[in-house]
Design a protein around this ligand. Structure first.
Ligand code: DOR
Ligand code: ZN
Length: 345
């Protein structure tokens, strides 16, 4: 008997679309399956004002192939110069859905991020007042902190004090990679959620480093030890509404990944739903897939669940292309190293 799974159309609560040729190539990969996505603002230069966000939204919509239905949920990149009034205006007009906090230097194109949290206090206070969520890249950047500890240290030194200082602020701990992150979310009742990526459910740090260095598994936050991957799988498949999908699908062309100093990012837009269905099936939790990809995100953001549906069908293993071609060069698709039986109809 054919096994099928019909869900409200999923959303991606953390996505990098880039610009220009890469945007044109990767946007259909997401729009084919996802109704909406939170669009990361770390372009060069970053999306810092409402004017930048409106212009970027228009470029995304212009790149959307005819007949595809997709809504980009725009974000502003928080800097020490961000104007609380501009943020409030962008929120009131429906232009933005969240603001993104990058600690300066934490990851790709984050040099304009925040160094002194006192300088963004007025923006955070205003966001709490108007109910605008903050998406957080949760890693400290101090050179003396080991890269594998940067998320856990961020929770203690930055995230928890920040949330205590701004109690009404709704916070999404993005791409959480540790048991510490999962436990922090579980221990806090309201106003805090976490996104989990597809790739962090599949790989641990051995996949990047053992038996040769594999740049296509390198992303930030970097994948941690196996115990952390298992904690993420438990959280994602548990049905707990505080955890939902943010793929962090982050395209870089192959020459930029396969380099002496390669870029961070796994490109997962194309095969994410097949990988997740396989993963939830392995965990005996297919019934919770709908919450993770279609319901928990809109629940936290206070948005409606999509009314259209998407159907997954289980059958013989399917193959995805190894790369997506762009005018700037090929982009390697994340390889989950397991057969995928669920295809999106
Ligand atoms: O792996 C990552 N890639 N992590 C990030 O935080 C940024 C992203 C990117 O923009 O490439
Ligand atoms: Zn990201």
């Amino acid at each position: 008997m054919t096994q099928t799974l019909t869900l409200p159309r999923p959303d991606d609560w953390h996505l990098h679309l880039r610009d220009g040729a890469v945007l044109r190539a990767v946007l259909p990969e997401t729009a084919r399956h996802f109704a909406r996505a939170i669009i990361m603002p770390n372009l060069v230069p970053p999306v810092v004002t409402s004017g930048d966000a409106a212009a970027y939204r228009d470029r995304i919509l212009a790149a959307l192939p005819t007949g595809m239905d997709f809504t980009p949920l725009m974000t502003l990149y928080l800097t020490e110069q961000t104007d609380p009034d501009d943020v409030a205006h962008a929120h009131a007009s429906g232009l933005i859905t969240a603001v993104k906090l990058y600690p300066a230097g934490a990851t790709t194109n984050s040099t304009s991020g925040v160094r002194d949290f006192d300088k963004v206090r007025a923006v955070l206070d205003r966001m709490a007042e108007i109910g605008l969520p903050l998406c957080v890249h949760g890693e400290v950047t101090d050179a003396e902190i080991d890269i594998f500890d940067r998320e856990a240290v961020f929770i203690d030194r930055v995230l928890d004090p920040l949330r205590r200082a701004t109690p009404g602020l709704r916070v999404i701990m993005e791409h959480t990679t540790t048991r510490d992150g999962v436990e922090y979310v579980k221990a806090n009742d309201s106003g805090l959620a976490a996104t989990i990526t597809t790739h962090h459910l599949i790989i641990n740090r051995n996949d990047i480093l053992a038996g040769g260095i594999r740049p296509h598994y390198y992303c930030l936050p970097v994948a941690k030890r196996e115990e952390h991957r298992l904690a993420l799988r438990e959280a994602a498949t548990s049905g707990d509404p505080r955890f939902f999908l943010g793929t962090d699908s982050a395209p870089h062309t192959d020459p930029n990944k396969e380099s002496a100093c390669g870029c961070a990012g796994c490109f997962t837009a194309t095969n994410t739903l097949s990988i997740l269905a396989e993963t939830f099936e392995q965990e005996g939790a297919l019934a919770h897939l709908e919450g993770f990809v279609s319901r928990n995100g809109p629940g936290f953001y206070g948005l409606p669940v999509n009314s259209e549906t998407l159907t997954l069908t289980r059958g013989a293993p399917i193959t995805y292309p190894a790369t997506i071609d762009t005018e700037d060069g090929p982009i390697t698709l994340f390889d989950p190293k397991m057969p995928l039986h669920w295809r999106v109809d």
